[in-house]
Ligand binder design. Structure first.
Ligand SMILES: [Zn+2]
Length: 324
């Protein structure tokens, strides 16, 4: 397991006044690679997620950016993680998201394309699904979790389709969790020990797509890989024995837009941008469109399917280390 990140936090960047600290922005420090089997622990004085200042009214609580129970049991032991203090509210919100999404992201794909550790994953899913009560849906996560698999004609060929996500996990919840993790990493990258705080990037979080393993080769993911592969990488995380991957890359010379990618439990990938909204929208407009087909529309509910495209392992470079 390796983690690369900016290490020279001591060099600092000067202090910010309180106004900018509430909505902080700032540059990211020079990229340095490290290998680590120990977590990085920050003694921070503000919540990395909402910028609240800790005190009697708002105590900090211990927060793991990669939740220890988010990955299969034991995989975070002796693995790199980022640990800091977060406010109770943010900590709770993130734990709620991790609770559902952990199980979903481990779900072995119905198309037969399985993660490397399929047997382990099945055991883990069984163990959790029976006892995990989704705080989102208030029912066991195993109920209604099975993706609907449909066969149908799509253009000239007959293919198998799967609905994009199990019904109870909306895409928004996936992106919310991705946003939490990126906020945590960015705070770390810009952290100043003397101030006991880091920054956020300013402006918005712009997710593009969340896809199951059976669709990792889809045109938008391919396009995203192409436009980001020569960029400067400022963070590259591979931890939890390969069950958690993430990177952040700069999208321009004077960074105000960053690209990010995350892989959860060898089952889900998410990609997008954060930073300058106008630039993100302009960039996003050049992405290819994914064809969808409406298979059900009764006026109340519309179900659309899209063709899924898997990627061959030998052709899968989204999480290759760059700038080596
Ligand atoms: Zn908070």
């Amino acid at each position: 397991m390796t983690a690369s990140h900016s290490e020279n936090a001591e060099s600092g960047e000067g202090t910010q006044d309180e106004a900018s600290a509430a909505r902080p922005t700032g540059s990211v420090k020079d990229h340095t690679k490290v290998s680590a089997s120990q977590p990085t622990v920050l003694d921070n004085g503000t919540c990395p997620y909402c910028a609240a200042v800790f005190g009697d009214e708002c105590p900090g609580t211990k927060e793991h950016v990669v939740g220890r129970r988010f990955v299969p049991k034991g995989k975070m032991a002796e693995a790199w993680n980022l640990i800091f203090q977060a406010c109770e509210k943010c900590n709770g919100l993130k734990a709620d998201l991790e609770n559902d999404i952990s199980v979903i992201s481990m779900h072995v794909d119905p198309t037969g394309i399985e993660p490397a550790d399929a047997a382990l994953m099945r055991a883990e899913i069984d163990r959790r699904a029976t006892k995990t009560l989704s705080r989102n849906t208030r029912k066991p996560v195993s109920e209604g979790e099975k993706p609907l698999v449909l066969k149908g004609a799509f253009g000239p060929a007959t293919m198998t389709f799967t609905l994009n996500m199990p019904p109870q996990v909306t895409e928004k919840r996936l992106f919310d969790l991705a946003c939490f993790q990126m906020l945590g990493f960015f705070y770390f990258l810009t952290y100043r020990p003397l101030d006991r705080r880091g920054n956020w990037w300013g402006d918005g979080f712009h997710p593009l797509l969340a896809v199951r393993r059976s669709d990792w080769g889809n045109p938008v993911i391919r396009w995203f890989e192409e436009i980001t592969k020569h960029r400067r990488e400022i963070l590259h995380v591979q931890t939890a024995a390969g069950f958690y991957k993430a990177w952040i890359r700069e999208m321009n010379d004077k960074p105000n837009l960053w690209a990010w990618a995350i892989e959860w439990n060898q089952g889900l990938r998410l990609v997008g941008f954060f930073g300058d909204e106008a630039e993100a929208i302009t960039l996003g407009q050049s992405r290819p469109t994914i064809k969808t087909k409406t298979i059900h529309n009764d006026g109340k509910r519309i179900i659309r399917m899209r063709a899924e495209t898997a990627v061959e392992p030998s052709d899968d470079h989204l999480f290759d280390m760059i700038n080596d």
